[in-house]
Ligand binder design. Structure first.
Ligand SMILES: NC(=O)c1ccc[n+]([C@@H]2O[C@H](COP(=O)([O-])OP(=O)(O)OC[C@H]3O[C@@H](n4cnc5c(N)ncnc54)[C@H](O)[C@@H]3O)[C@@H](O)[C@H]2O)c1
Length: 282
């Protein structure tokens, strides 16, 4: 496996593309938006410059990175000859199904079709294509260059051989994998979001002030940040959306979204990206 196509060059795709090119894979980054491609390239320039300055890579390695990396606005060229496709387009089931339907006709027989979805069912995404055995979840975390974990999600029809190939790929990236089954939210999103949601309920009920709540979990459990600060980092609209997806899927009230969260989303207090969430940002 040598050629990687990363589809969608936003937050996740740009990070994943950086990781794959740095690890030695020929990487094509594709996006429908030319601005997103320019932004990804700028982001890569910044990362490479920083790595050079800190002597984490040599000038030859930086040159090799640029030799392996390309930014394309034509899907056919991006997917041509790819051994693995990693889709990182917005979290919308119809958008993803459309993409995979289209991609299937542009790749070779044994190309792995991976999705970076953080909550949508892999089995449902796979239903859009004929050869469902090669669709698999390859869930990177933000920021991809720093985060060690990749959660591999095995859909109902995913072939065992695909799982082995993706494990091998993930290890070649210098990352660590966990292999999980295709249940809504997998492990990381399902379990992680509950901590965030419970903290918002506790805040809503007046159990503690937000700073106290975050400090309790941060220091009490040795987490790098508190759950409310984490919600601001993820984006409150995303947290709300994930809870809605889990609630719809499991029909279990424990996944309901707190009223406080809904109100904050309606007010446009989405966290770091809008400068205001549970906390205020410059
Ligand atoms: N942001 C996170 O923290 C995070 C973490 C893990 C997984 N994810 C998942 O990764 C995926 C991408 O999330 P993101 O935060 O990078 O989104 P983003 O909005 O930053 O980037 C999505 C990109 O996809 C492009 N795009 C839209 N439709 C396209 C299409 N049909 N073909 C090609 N490009 C298209 C957009 O122009 C945009 O640049 C989602 O499924 C999300 O759930 C996100």
């Amino acid at each position: 496996m040598e050629k990687v196509a990363v589809v969608g060059s936003g937050t996740m795709g740009s990070g994943v593309g950086y990781v794959t090119a740095l690890a030695g894979f020929e990487t094509r980054l594709y996006d429908v938006s030319p601005e997103a491609l320019v932004k990804a390239e700028d982001y890569h320039r910044g990362l490479i410059a920083k790595s050079l300055a800190k002597e984490r890579i040599t000038a030859e390695e930086a040159d090799a990175f640029w030799g392996r990396m390309s930014y394309l606005d034509e899907l056919g060229r991006a997917l041509d000859g790819a051994d693995i496709v990693i889709e990182a387009i917005p979290e919308d089931i119809e958008l993803k199904k459309d993409f995979f339907r289209q991609a299937e006709g542009l790749v070779s027989q044994d190309t792995i079709l991976g999705s970076n979805t953080s909550s949508l069912p892999i089995t449902q995404i796979a239903s859009a294509v004929e050869s469902r055995g090669r669709v698999i979840g390859i869930h990177f975390f933000n920021p991809a260059p720093l985060m060690k974990l990749v959660e591999i999600i095995v859909g109902m029809e995913t072939e065992p051989d695909m799982v082995d190939r993706v494990i091998d790929f993930v290890r070649r990236l210098g990352k660590e994998e966990v292999v999980v089954n295709d249940f809504p939210g997998f492990v990381t999103t399902r379990v992680g979001i509950m901590l965030v949601s419970e903290a918002i309920f506790a805040l809503q009920e007046g159990v503690a002030e937000k700073e106290a709540l975050d400090k309790a979990i941060k220091l009490g459990y040795n987490h790098p940040m508190g759950p409310l600060a984490l919600a601001d980092l993820i984006g409150l609209d995303i947290v709300h959306h994930i809870l809605e997806v889990l609630h719809d899927s499991y029909k279990d009230p424990r996944y309901r979204s707190p009223i406080l969260l809904k109100k904050m989303v309606e007010a446009g207090r989405l966290g770091r990206k809008t400068g205001r969430g549970f906390y205020e940002y410059e």
